[in-house]
Design a protein around this ligand. Structure first.
Ligand code: SF4
Ligand SMILES: [Zn+2]
Ligand SMILES: [Zn+2]
Length: 311
């Protein structure tokens, strides 16, 4: 197998493009895909300050590395969820990676520890308020990422969601016809109102396999195991179904998600932004925008405090 670009021996074959690449040309391909996505979706420019949400996994660490390599001003934020050994190991991976990149780049890592603020880890917190762990975790991460982005004046918040993530989420939303979620499933969500940072997904053109290969080639040391709470999640089931389709018919995931994006682009996001503006107001406790009386994060912490004082 030869590299399509330089004819050296190839290390990876990409059936969805019917191309094989050597290490160097594959890294160029990955950088080109990210750059193309950033430009096509007008995510940010070299002048903007970007905050990357990192988890210690391959996607988010790879995203941070790529943005710095491409010359973007990218810092990172990590939320320590307090999920036993998993959180200890993932935090260590993030810290090691940050120590390495800050030797060659001007970058900062912000860390928020759930246990320091709530007194317990996310699993115990969810139990206290009788909510599924992933639902409480989502509330906390969304709040903290947004909080750091606004407090430290970042222009945009970036997450490591890839093509597999987006196609699986789209499949789930279509299967249940969750049109409200469908509307927001684009690689860019504008800062709809003061208090909500702009959110982008620069890896949306790359598959999980391509990102894993890039991480291995570039010696990015990430946590391989999934969060233990992800076991049995519907997203994993949808990913599995799409992988089977992809094996039979390469390019299925790409065409499913990208064609959806083409349709969304025709509609535009103005209506979503306008509707959000009309519904949101500042939370009386923390000031972040909410459509409820009090935001879901403040509600979660207040409920947990009440539950511990009852004990
Ligand atoms: S699997 Fe659930 S608990 Fe674990 S990081 Fe994801 S949302 Fe949070
Ligand atoms: Zn090559
Ligand atoms: Zn609040």
């Amino acid at each position: 197998m030869r590299c399509r670009v330089c004819r050296e021996s190839a290390v990876i074959n990409l059936p969805r493009h019917n191309i094989a690449f050597c290490k160097a040309c594959f890294c160029n391909f990955v950088h080109t895909q990210v750059t193309r996505g950033i430009k096509a979706q007008q995510m940010f420019t070299k002048d903007d300050r970007i905050l990357v949400a990192v988890s210690g996994g391959k996607d988010s660490l790879t995203l941070w590395e790529i943005l710095l390599s491409l010359g973007y001003r990218a810092d990172a934020v990590y939320v320590d969820l307090g999920i036993g050994d998993y959180s200890i190991r993932s935090r260590q991976k993030v810290q090691n990676f940050a120590d390495k990149v800050t030797q060659t780049h001007d970058a900062t890592l912000h860390i928020h520890t759930v246990r320091e603020e709530a007194g317990v880890g996310v699993k115990e917190l969810a139990n206290l308020v009788h909510r599924p762990t992933c639902s409480a975790c989502g509330t906390i991460k969304r709040y903290q990422f947004n909080h750091v982005a606004l407090e430290q004046n970042y222009d945009v918040m970036a997450t490591g969601h890839n093509l597999d993530d987006e196609a699986a989420r789209l499949l789930g939303n279509v299967l249940h016809w969750q049109t409200e979620y469908l509307e927001k499933q684009t690689p860019v969500l504008p800062a709809s109102i003061d208090g909500f940072a702009k959110k982008v997904k620069p890896l949306y053109r790359l598959t999980e396999r391509e990102i894993a290969a890039y991480a291995v080639i570039n010696r990015i040391d990430y946590i391989i195991e999934e969060c233990p709470m992800a076991k049995g999640s519907k997203m994993l089931m949808y990913k599995d179904a799409l992988n089977r389709l992809e094996t039979e018919s390469p390019g299925t995931k790409q065409s499913f998600y990208w064609k959806f994006l083409e349709q969304q682009a025709k509609k535009g996001t103005t209506t979503i932004v306008d509707r959000d503006r009309a519904q949101l107001h500042p939370c009386p406790t923390c000031g972040q925008p909410t459509s409820a009386e009090v935001c879901s994060y403040c509600k979660l912490l207040a409920k947990a405090k009440m539950a511990t004082s009852d004990c």
